[in-house]
Ligand binder design. Sequence first.
Ligand SMILES: [Mn+2]
Length: 439
Amino acid sequence: MEGSSLYAEHLKEQQRRADRALELGGYDSLLIASGSLRYHFLDDNPFAFKPSPLFRSWLPQVTSSDCWIAYRPGQAPTLIYHQPADYWHQTPQDPQGEWTDHFQVVVSRRREDAAKLLSDNLGRCAILGPEIAAVEGLHPDNPEAVLSVLHYHRAKKTGFELEQMRGANRLAARAHRAAEAAFRAGESEWGIHLRYMAAAGQGETELPYGNIIALNEHAAVLHYQVQDRAVPPAHRSFLIDAGADQLGYAADITRSYASEDGPYAELISAVEEVELALVAMATADQDYAQIHLAAHQLLAEKLRELEIIQIDAEEAVASGVSRTFFPHGVGHLIGLQVHDVGGFQGDESGKQPIAKPDGHPYLRLTRRLQPDYVVTIEPGVYFIPMLLDELRAGPHAGAVNWERVESLLPYGGVRIEDDVRVTDAAPENLSRNAFAEVV
Ligand SMILES: [Mn+2]
């Protein structure tokens, strides 16, 4: 069965990475907590539980709290599987599935018992997990030397991980289609949000991040987190940044739609052209920070062509004017976390961080790309009143065609984002492939 061999290979790779991390950190063994429930203040309702990404990288199939993976190089890993005696909640099912062939499974009924159930001598042990997972005898210490190695190598996805990410993109693409239809049908942000979740088959606590469902001016709010219940008087523009999850792996996709032809629709086409050019740059050995700087240059050229600015692209980039319209990074690593770890690590030691380019504080990735890294590419152009006011009050006010900007303010902005796998040749566009499949 192909799926089974993919997981087995994936697990072997996690073990190789752990071997390396333990060697460099000077440890004999590794313990990884899935985590524990957190409660609202003065309340007995827990927050939605998300297993630690470190735990998920070994066992994405197990999503319950208070589990522990124990691993000593050369031996099969052990799973302390927390299955409490509890008639108030649905308890985790008995261990089943392919992964049980690869772990020695020990069931625990009380979270406090985890240390006692670890019969093996673990020697000097690095314990990874959130503080809240601590029980007697097991206190996470998260040694930096170990984490750095694991975080660095997470950028490169295994075949198993790529399969999950392709699947997550298919789920998201199907839901994006449903959301676009809801926009065209004149629904509210809330209504579009519900259609999205229904089509993805995922609720708010299952999606990898909060949906950004922005109509009209709201598209200028980069992480717009409201879903307005009211149907707006007009549907001019729609920006949707929404993903999906498959076994803990995220998709992160953004699309922008115009309700009619005109300058805003032209802007969408321009940003899409830029986005595709940037995606094509995502090849092996490419310095990702250069893709970000190229985004500024290419977007500034479009701003000039569309008569939004009235200075040359080079000048717009050098003076910082382009940052008023494109004030975020061009993308990030993606995997078990939407903004995956290790974006600035120059090597596995974590001691050689790669600085962001001056003046670009929001870039999340500065590494040189390698095959099987998965990154997002997400240029955008926005009309953000706060940033426009600053520009207008400063020395570069004359760079902008303010009449044009005023006419575009009611549309908010445009962002287009795909998830892209780097290869030795042309990149694999997970998002566009998914949209092509779900037509
Ligand atoms: Mn993103």
